[in-house]
Design a protein around this ligand. Structure first.
Ligand SMILES: [Zn+2]
Length: 244
């Protein structure tokens, strides 16, 4: 997904509920690199969700774009609702959503993650690969500091750092703590039967934690296999035409 700035919106209109949207937008197609003004078709607004969706077609190569307008939910009543317009195309391999950052992550690591995504989106893949490698090295060094690494002991390769982390970082620790909490959460239901629901804050954290665990269990192994396959492809001798 990438953001289409308002300067590229054409023929603005507001509907009866105050949702502002363009009828056409100027976009660069990632498939054929052509700039064009594309009409938003099949548009529909979901006022309850503060969303508007539409599609469009590149006049040069006919790839189909998907548009998503996300409106601010906090617009004062009676005011026009302004949106961010996002574009998604069939070619999303060349774009990554900006890293949002997190207060739980070291500032330098957040910065490297953001820079790696920015470099990637600008097509500077070598630079991006370097930055993401440094982000991973920095994260491992931080989690190993005081366990298997001291201040003077920072010159380890990524390979060595990962092996050290396997030995010295207790990856199961969050799960052990979660196992205890799972009991508490189960008991809470029986303690607060009359009130019914747990607080939204608690459920939000449950959702976040579960997303991380599911991602670690299923997406991480998948992502590493994909990387392995891409590296194997690169190792293929130039003269090997078996893939043609
Ligand atoms: Zn195109």
């Amino acid at each position: 997904m990438r953001i289409i700035p308002e300067s590229h919106w054409r023929n603005l209109e507001a509907d009866a509920a105050g949702f502002v949207y363009p009828h056409r937008v100027r976009v660069k197609c990632e498939e054929c690199d052509a700039w064009s003004v594309v009409a938003l078709e099949n548009a529909s607004t979901n006022a309850a969700a503060f969303l508007r969706t539409a599609s469009g077609t590149c006049p040069s190569c006919e790839v189909v774009f998907q548009f998503l307008l996300k409106y601010d939910t906090k617009t004062p009543k009676g005011n026009q609702k302004r949106a961010v317009l996002l574009l998604s195309t069939g070619v999303s391999e060349k774009y990554i959503m900006p890293h949002e950052g997190s207060s739980a992550i070291d500032e330098r690591i957040n910065k490297l993650l953001s820079e790696a995504v920015q470099s990637f989106n600008a097509g500077r893949y070598g630079e991006s690969s370097n930055q993401i490698r440094r982000a991973l090295e920095g994260s491992l060094k931080k989690s190993l500091h005081g366990k298997a690494l001291s201040d003077g002991d920072q010159q380890k390769t990524l390979h060595a750092l990962i092996n050290l982390a396997v030995q010295h970082v207790d990856f199961s620790d969050p799960l052990k703590k979660l196992a205890i909490l799972a009991k508490d959460i189960g008991n809470m239901g029986s303690h607060f039967n009359d009130d019914g629901d747990p607080s939204p804050e608690l459920v939000r954290e449950q959702i976040e934690a579960t997303k991380y665990i599911v991602s670690y269990l299923f997406e991480l192994p998948n992502s590493i296999s994909e990387m392995q396959a891409l590296i194997d492809d690169n190792k293929r001798p130039v003269g090997d035409l078996s893939k043609l």
